[in-house]
Design a protein around this ligand. Structure first.
Ligand code: NAD
Length: 353
């Protein structure tokens, strides 16, 4: 792997390799772009098959965070940590504290939080060594309810764009995945009178949504072809792909899952089929807004965070307008909106103060 070539390609500032023999820590921190502020992004712990795979994840995920924070109007850049190890086997106090010391050594250029394979309890250990940690249980805590609220607000923006009304009453919504985000999303949708269909590979989770909100259970593979207004991916990535795209029978794809499009060109194909796609890193930005509010000068306030989450609506409407004006897919429009903000802020930094 040609690391500097990859960094040049993806425009990274820094890649930090962290090693500690005592704890067995092998971690990589990707810092993509700090134009807007310190690089915020969770730490993923995963049993990677190769070191190259871990490096690629650090590069790819940190870049994604730059775009997400920019699109959310946050003064934060993009970063991501990855720890090579099995989260069910390799977690120890020494490992997290050693990692925390490396995070501290970056002097605030990188702020970490939870991601796949890490928990608030792990972060508590990291926080014993560094102040640069967000998403602690006693502060902003689990971001899922806030992500779900942002996704609900984003769905309303989609209907506003399509019909001129943001009401979801009577709207048919097919939710894929009834986990932490999917369940709370269903609650908001049911409260507004939406008609829910739900699938999950975990049948207990489906049954709970059926009994709590009167949803209709759908087999996991049948969710794609439900005749509905909104298909809401809230489970896995890459669910809009060569196999599923033609099966979709919806007007909107809007959900919380990360990396919903298998490839960028699937965004173009959705546009050709006149299906409105709410770019994932915008509609699921509630979680990062929630964590970012821990660093608010007046301290964390859930009310303030939720108010900021409501800006997802205007950001999506702006992206849909750019997509229509420039006749480009909404995922490309979202990238442009995020890049535009970074470039303007870089320009104003020329002003000496
Ligand atoms: P979760 O693990 O609590 O829920 C995911 C659910 O999807 C589980 O119930 C799982 O059984 C189900 N699932 C797995 N494979 C499936 C399949 N093939 N068909 C249907 N269901 C399936 O995760 P979560 O925290 O609710 O996150 C959901 C998605 O949103 C993930 O992609 C996550 O990366 C993304 N996301 C979450 C947050 C957050 O704040 N939690 C923030 C941004 C993005």
């Amino acid at each position: 792997m040609r690391i500097f070539a990859e960094m040049t390609d993806m425009e990274h500032e820094q890649l930090v390799f962290c090693h500690d023999e005592v704890s067995g820590l092998k971690a990589i921190i990707g810092i993509h772009d700090t134009t807007l502020g310190p690089a915020l992004g969770g730490t993923r712990m995963w049993d990677y098959d190769t070191e190259e795979e871990a490096i690629r994840d650090a590069l790819r995920l940190s870049r994604g965070m730059t775009y997400k924070s920019s699109a959310m109007g946050l003064n934060l850049g993009g970063g991501k940590g990855v720890i090579i190890g099995d989260p069910s086997r390799d977690k120890t106090e020494e490992l997290w504290r050693a990692y925390g010391r490396f995070v501290e050594s970056l002097g605030g250029r990188y702020i970490t939080s939870v991601d796949v394979g890490t928990s608030p309890a792990d972060l508590d250990l990291v926080a014993q060594e560094t102040e640069y940690v967000g998403g602690l249980a006693h502060l902003s805590g689990d971001p899922s309810p806030v992500t779900a609220y942002g996704t609900y607000v984003g769905m309303k923006a989609c209907m506003q764009h399509l019909t001129g009304s943001d009401s979801l009453e009577g709207c048919r919504v097919a939710v894929q995945g009834a986990g932490s985000v999917g369940y709370t999303l269903c609650e908001h949708l049911a409260d507004e009178g939406a008609d829910l269909m739900v699938s999950d590979v975990n049948t207990d989770r489906v049954e709970k949504v059926v009994s709590d909100f009167g949803a209709t259970a759908v087999a996991p593979d049948d969710i794609y072809e439900q005749d509905c207004d909104i298909f809401a991916p809230c489970a896995l990535g890459a669910v809009v792909n060569d196999n599923t795209l033609d099966r979709l029978s919806c007007r909107v794809v809007a959900g919380a899952a990360n990396n919903q499009l298998d490839r960028d060109e699937h965004g173009v194909q959705l546009r050709k089929r006149e299906i409105l796609y709410a770019p994932d890193f915008v509609i699921n930005g509630g979680g990062v807004i929630n964590v970012a509010h821990e660093f608010h000068p007046n301290g964390y306030s859930r009310d303030l965070a939720l108010r900021k989450v409501e800006s997802i609506r205007d950001r999506l409407l702006e992206i849909f307008a750019v997509s229509d004006e420039e006749d480009i897919a909404t995922n490309e429009a979202a990238d442009r909106v995020a890049e535009r903000r970074i470039n303007s802020m870089a320009r104003i930094q020329r002003i000496r103060v």
